[in-house]
Design a protein around this ligand. Sequence first.
Ligand code: CTP
Length: 410
Amino acid sequence: MALMGKRILLIVSGGIAAFKALELVRLLRKDGCAVSCVLTAGGAHFVTPLSLQALSEERVYTDLFSLTDESEMGHIQLSRSADLVVVAPASADLLAKMAAGIADDLASTLLLATDKPVLAAPAMNVRMWLHAATQANMATLAARGVHVVGPDEGAMACNEYGPGRLAEPPAILDAIKSLIGTASSASASASAPQLLAGRHALVTSGPTHEPIDPVRYIANRSSGRQGHAIAGALAALGARVTLVSGPVSIADPPGVSVRPVETAADMLSACEAALPADIAVFAAAVADWRVAKPAALKMKKTATGKPPALSLTENPDILASIAAAGPRRPKLVVGFAAETHELAAHAEEKRRRKNADWIVANDVSPATGIMGGADNEVHLITADGIEHWPRLSKQEVAARLAQRIAAAFA
Ligand code: CTP
């Protein structure tokens, strides 16, 4: 319940993805967060005020010039009544208005009037997203401190494929938690005892992408949520954090220096460049193999119909390389292990083989629902034995791990 007692002003603009805003409201309410919804005229073509009202249990605002709205709460007051303004989905049109400072309806007026942080979750057709105008608008907004989550890449309602899909509601929820959640918010970090002040922490997160040719790659489904949450939780305790992240569609944790990478080889180089570090947490789902010789040009189908054989080669083990004994070894090295059976034995074996101090192990059997979910149930394996932690949100696991790390340095 990292959002207990917090309030979000949720602006829902137009687009087929607007229906996902309903799920976001449900998740926010489940986390103890109050939600005031604003629906644009475009958004109202896809979801109704009534659905948003039923889920948020609050009245929904639509009209800038509604006398009723003004008598109950003026738009300036509304724009400042929340801890965070979230725009999901954020259409190309609304993002353009935000970048240009246009205020011609309730949503754009609130966005111009607010003094609160803003998180935008863009969703639009792939061509619209890649258009130079939209990219210029995004650069303007980023320079002004607007946080962004997504868009995801995938098949679109318009039968095209590419970046432009609204980030999934759990990913938007995570981005919200990393901005204002009690475990990692700026206010929490200011008030939390700075137990790791003066320490440098290196964290890896997300998947890696291993190229097959210029347009194809091998990847995995890691969202980066656990690794990003750990980076944020360590920063909240005062550590200087370098987050080496594979391609993810979640927001950067506040107060963390992010090094984006694509491949395992890039991730290893970025980690080596980040040393020395006192703490290293390896939460990334690094691809075990890469294509030995990625094709320089796009591979084409042949007349024979025979598919190409991909010759794979093993990637370097980043955890094992950084944890190898030597003067640059971080004092505390923490690895992860995802297991489906004999968890304790496999995780302990991994701890020894990779020379890690601790392993955070989780059971990723399909029945646990942990893979890709918002929660995690982990076991902490150290030289002293195994500790079972209860089922917690990934933010809570991160906060608890950060506390354990701080205790180890106390
Ligand atoms: N890891 C890494 N570099 C790799 C592979 C894994 O740094 N090339 C790290 C992960 O970030 C994680 C830990 O090693 O902290 C465990 O990864 P995992 O893939 O589960 O371990 P493996 O040794 O590949 O074991 P398995 O046989 O279970 O795949």
